[in-house]
Design a protein around this ligand. Structure first.
Ligand code: ADP
Ligand code: MG
Length: 399
């Protein structure tokens, strides 16, 4: 699947470069790719300085880009409204740009803010990452710009540095208070591995071999195609709740509370904060356990860890919704090894670990359960650990 994905990016790159020529006249300086992601385990832990274990998806955002010397920034997306947005790098400031262009423009702003000598560019995007499905199309968009600018302006930044710039764009320019996981996954993941991320020190990330297919397993991503509106404000409120709990406990972040100290902390906290803390602490333990199982070559043992993570998100963190709960129940009922909602919550996607050969039975069961409940049919993709952001054209190895 990874080979296919890379071949796919390769063949798509030609079309994206052709579209660039039609839109902007002349050839792009290069074509870059940045993937979407799914997180195996470690949800709502990154902004608590905790752990996560994402993989990059084979689905990518391709970016054909050319540097400009006049400070203009022109943006176009095959998934946009057909217009070219024309901006000036020197005029970029939070609040000035709205809509989808805030993500890529935000990256250029964040680079300039960090003191990098960056100018303008013509940028054309074309993505196969589903948007708004909890698969981080926004990070794919940002990280594509970050790696392309790193190449165009010879910045020489490391993966974690690029991820921080992309996160700064989403937080400070697009106005979404996300943690670092999505951007770290999009930039730093490698094929056939999961990324063991410590959000306190992203530089110390580790690749954990994850030979899904070799172990006779498949990972389905089931997009419920619902997003409940309470999502945005609720995310900020949860984050604020975690920060308040850490302050009450006298800790820099909830990551600093161990499983042993949890019972005492729960007794000391107000009742509305205790379940949030229990989720974060137990979720960090689940990440460590998942990494141990993967290192033992026992990916099937992730199943119960995923399902326990879902219960924690549903009952303690309260970010699941009837549709994601239904996918999990139907998938487990059809013999899946484990399942959980992934991403921020209130809709989005569920990951389901199955034995090879069980994909259609499990997918069919979920689809039937959705029909019976009167929901739109879910969208089902198969995931496999793919490569992080990279240059596609000129082909790697050429100058
Ligand atoms: P997710 O990151 O889970 O897909 P978000 O709401 O964070 O969901 O980001 C989705 C938004 O990102 C879209 O509404 C759109 O503004 C922007 N976006 C992502 N990919 C593209 C693209 N290829 N072209 C234009 N806009 C995009
Ligand atoms: Mg996003």
């Amino acid at each position: 699947m990874n080979r296919t994905a890379q071949w796919d990016d390769d063949s798509r790159a030609e079309g994206v470069a052709d579209d660039f020529r039609r839109l902007f006249g002349g050839a792009p300086d290069g074509v870059w790719a940045a993937p979407g992601r799914v997180n195996l385990i470690g949800e709502h832990t990154d902004y608590n300085d905790g752990f996560a274990l994402p993989i990059a998806l084979p689905q990518t955002t391709l970016l054909a880009a050319r540097g400009r010397t006049d400070g203009r920034l022109r943006l176009h997306s095959a998934q946009g409204d057909g217009r070219i947005t024309d901006l000036v790098v020197a005029g970029l400031a939070p609040g000035v740009v709205t809509g989808w262009t805030a993500y890529p423009a935000g990256v250029v702003w964040a680079l300039a803010e960090a003191g990098h000598a960056v100018g303008g560019a013509d940028l054309h995007f074309d993505s196969t990452v589903p948007t708004g499905a909890g698969l981080s199309s926004s990070a794919a968009l940002e990280c594509a710009v970050a790696v392309a600018y790193d190449g165009l302006y010879e910045l020489g930044l490391t993966g974690p540095e690029l991820a921080r710039i992309a996160q700064r764009a989403e937080n400070g320019f697009a106005g979404i208070p996300c943690g670092i996981m999505d951007q770290m996954a999009s930039v730093c993941c490698t094929a056939e591995a999961a990324l063991h991320l410590d959000a306190r020190t992203p530089e110390s990330h580790r690749q954990v071999p994850f030979d899904l297919r070799g172990q006779g397993l498949r990972l389905l991503v089931i997009d419920t195609r619902v997003t409940h509106d309470l999502g945005d404000g609720a995310y900020a409120a949860l984050r604020a709740g975690c920060e308040r709990a850490a302050a009450l406990l006298g800790l820099p972040a909830l990551r600093d509370l161990s499983a042993d100290e949890l019972p005492q902390a729960l007794r000391a906290l107000p009742p509305e904060l205790a379940p949030l803390v229990r989720h974060v602490v137990t979720e960090n333990v689940r990440v460590t356990e998942a990494v141990t199982r993967l290192r033992e070559g026992n990916a099937a043992a992730l199943g119960p860890i995923l399902t326990a993570g879902h219960a924690s998100l549903r009952d303690d963190y309260r970010v699941s919704c009837p549709e994601t709960d239904l996918v999990v129940t139907a998938a487990l009922g059809a013999g899946a090894l484990g399942a959980r909602m992934t991403g921020g919550g209130f809709g989005g996607s569920v990951i389901v670990l199955v034995e090879a050969g069980r994909e259609s039975a499990v997918g069919g069961s979920v689809t039937a359960a959705f029909a019976a409940a009167g929901h739109r049919p879910p969208r089902i993709l198969e995931a496999a650990p793919a490569a992080g952001a990279r240059r596609i054209r000129p082909a790697p190895g050429t100058p």
